[in-house]
Design a protein around this ligand. Sequence first.
Ligand SMILES: NC(=[NH2+])NCCC[C@H](N)C(=O)O
Ligand SMILES: [Mn+2]
Ligand SMILES: [Mn+2]
Length: 318
Amino acid sequence: MVPTSQECSSSRFLPDPKTVAIVGCPFRGGQRKLGVDKGPIALVEAGLPDQIKELGWKVKFDGHHQFEEISAENDPPIGKLLNPRLVSKVCKAVSETVGDHIKNGELPLTLGGDHSLAMGTISGTLDRYPEACVVWVDAHADINTPETTGSGNIHGMPVAFLMGLGPTIPEFSWVKPRLSSSRIVYIGLRDLDAGEKRILKENKIKAFSMHEVDRWGIGRVVEMALDHVNPDRDRPIHLSFDVDALDPSVAPSTGTPVRGGLTFREGHYICEAVYETGCLIALDIMEVNPSLADTASINQTIAVGCSLARSALGETLL
Ligand SMILES: NC(=[NH2+])NCCC[C@H](N)C(=O)O
Ligand SMILES: [Mn+2]
Ligand SMILES: [Mn+2]
């Protein structure tokens, strides 16, 4: 039973016809492992554009970002930050692309690549919709600052940059600290660094870890998460989905897998429920690494990346 017209509500923030713009981001500079830059290529080769067309969307895709043109030849660490200038330049370019798509009335679907890219995608969203909220689905909070990071990998820090936490780094001055702590909610967390736990508490950031998913079930968790960031369901939603939120048995081919994650259905349920709000205006599918694990695991992870995207774009089970 469908109580409301999804067709109508799903276009609340979009002009006709419904159009998705795929932003392929073959980028791995926010972490150390090889292969995550091949994620977007694998997702597109698996047929994601046509799958989205079959859901009734117009799909725009004119090739992956050519980050080779963005070079930061001399890119020594800044403090602990690894590849800082490269990550900054790439994210700035992605931010402009995502912002332009939203301005054109298209829903940007960004395919990563590592999760540092969300510094770009969410900046692009906030350029057009300053009131937007973020649903961040991840095993990790990715909210280390340049001071708290242990790894130096910037994919563990994008939320801190978006919120303006930590010291000012001139190389990242284009990232405007516009994401307020009340406009982001996490689902799926289970591997936080000590500094990240402190940051979440100090900033009173709402987070539903796997403990809350176990306690309440995914249905209640998503409802409570949306009630927090979007109580009247009238704010645009940016959904940033790191596939490592899923259990490694569901999405094995990712750089930082953590056991005890979301089931296949829990992950898809989140996407379906966000779509049903009619408020989705941007989507990220991040951290698919098609060079980690065996062929079967790789294909399984690519297929899951595609089906998460389809669920967020309106695919239903009935
Ligand atoms: N997007 C991700 N997979 N992030 C993992 C981050 C892991 C760890 N917290 C770090 O700062 O390095
Ligand atoms: Mn993660
Ligand atoms: Mn992440």
